[in-house]
Ligand binder design. Structure first.
Ligand code: UD1
Length: 417
């Protein structure tokens, strides 16, 4: 297994361009099979999760070609409607394919999805929403068999604003008879992006970004050429790295409006941040003040995907931060690893009490999941002495060449395969 060896304590300086958003490109790839015409998506990050999605699409008979950051999808040859267990386990996002395979083939057989081990991650909200659209669902031997031949547009209420369930319904209802509405829909920027993408394919969707989305079904979608949005979680992770290590960094090709909830906290803690069009400039020189009370929540709340990096940051801030994880029940696996580096963190159920120490000390730690792994890298960058982060394959699911990104900013990171 590969690892990062980090000689910490270096300030970060320079500029960096943020890569495209994994969590947006994955549903866009799923949406691409709703037409047999050619789709081109730009700004696709080179990440394990994206490669897994491409593999799944190829196994279904879809022709997928990557040229640099562009991916071209031609699904005229789509012949299968089943996602095998082994592939679904690799990628939770295979669950969106349920909506798009059903939209195109009217049948889908999908194994229960995998992804990061950060909690139960059930798909009951997806299934309930599909049955409200009169999709027949039979669960057998770890597979979900869906039949949408008698699908009917309806008003669907989500018991929780699940990102994936909102995307699945948009994908299925985009090609259908009648108008479907989703109430209590997720409001994440990735949902707005999916609406924009589908509308450039000829869909008639309105309301993304609010909690009520209206999908007027059309009979056919067509090809498109689209440039994906920047990754707000990568943006946030780099901002926090600079905040922790000190330095002056310009982030290009990003969207500051997507991470207001983080920027306001960094400013309160003592960072200087300036934003303009697609740029964010961050400067940090002194020890940060603690963050007070923070809880994760659905957008526009503080993102759960930036919880682990924030715990790393709070570990060296001056004072106590109280952090409540409301979205996933098993998302504190980075905390024992941070404690090996000298962090002072107590956990009670879903609440972490973090009392900042002046500096962490390097140690051998293990990445248990994607964002928790990123938090350990941040801790290592700011710590005294050497940190070794093992099992970085988790990190590589969501951050493109994280080592090179920080080396370009002056950090001392070596990847060992
Ligand atoms: C997406 C993101 C993930 C992010 C999460 C929350 C992608 C590929 N992944 O995941 O990075 O952390 O949003 O912002 O976009 N839930 C149920 N039943 C369901 C569906 C969800 O109980 O049927 C629960 C989940 O277990 C979790 C919460 O609802 O506790 C949020 O899940 P959801 O919004 O669906 O997240 P994902 O779409 O899986």
């Amino acid at each position: 297994m590969s690892k990062y060896v980090i000689n910490g304590g270096k300030k970060l300086n320079g500029d960096i361009t943020i890569h495209g958003a994994k969590n947006s490109v994955l549903p866009l790839l799923a949406a691409s099979i709703l037409t047999d015409e050619t789709i081109r998506i730009g700004n696709c990050p080179n990440l394990a999760d994206v490669e897994n999605m491409i593999r799944i699409l190829s196994a279904l008979g879809v022709q997928v070609e990557r040229e640099g950051n562009y991916i071209e999808i031609k699904s005229g040859g789509l012949f299968a409607y089943e996602i095998p267990k082994r592939q679904a386990k690799e990628l939770r996002s295979s669950v969106f394919l349920m909506g798009s395979i059903l939209g195109r083939m009217k049948k889908a057989k999908v194994a229960y999805p995998g992804g990061c081990d950060i909690g139960l991650r059930p798909i009951d909200i997806h299934l309930k929403a599909l049955s409200e659209l009169n999709v027949k669902i039979v669960e057998k031997y770890g597979y979900i068999n869906c039949d949408a031949t008698r699908m009917r547009a309806a008003n669907v209420f989500l018991d929780y604003p699940s990102v994936g369930a909102t995307e699945n319904i948009m994908l299925l209802a985009a090609i259908s008879d009648g108008t479907t509405t989703v109430s209590n829909a997720a409001r994440e920027p990735e949902i707005i992006e999916l609406q924009k993408f589908l509308n450039t394919m000829g869909a008639k969707i309105d309301g993304a970004g609010t909690s009520c989305i209206k999908i007027e079904g059309v009979q056919k979608l067509h090809g498109t050429d689209y440039y994906a949005m920047p990754d707000r979680i990568v943006t946030g992770t780099i901002l926090m790295a600079v905040a922790m290590c000190g330095g002056n960094v310009l982030l290009n090709g990003t969207n500051y409006t997507h991470i207001d909830s983080l920027i306001s906290k960094l400013v309160k803690s003592g960072c200087n941040i300036a934003v303009k069009s697609d740029k964010i400039c961050i400067q940090s020189s002194d020890r940060l003040a603690s963050m007070g009370y923070i809880e994760t929540g659905p957008y526009p709340g503080y993102p759960t995907d930036l919880q682990a990096p924030l715990v790393a940051l709070a570990s060296t801030a001056d004072g106590t931060t109280i952090l409540v994880e409301n979205i996933f029940e098993n998302r504190f696996k980075h905390i024992p690893e941070l404690c090996k580096m000298g962090a002072n963190i107590k956990v009670k159920d879903r609440i972490a009490f973090i009392t900042g120490v002046k500096q962490l000390t390097g140690a051998e730690v293990v990445a248990m999941d994607l964002r928790g792994g990123a938090a350990l890298v941040l801790a290592g960058l700011s710590a005294a002495q050497l940190t070794v982060v093992h099992d970085i394959q988790h990190i590589e699911r969501g951050y493109e060449e994280m080592d090179k990104c920080f080396v370009a900013l002056g950090a001392d990171v070596i990847k060992i395969n």
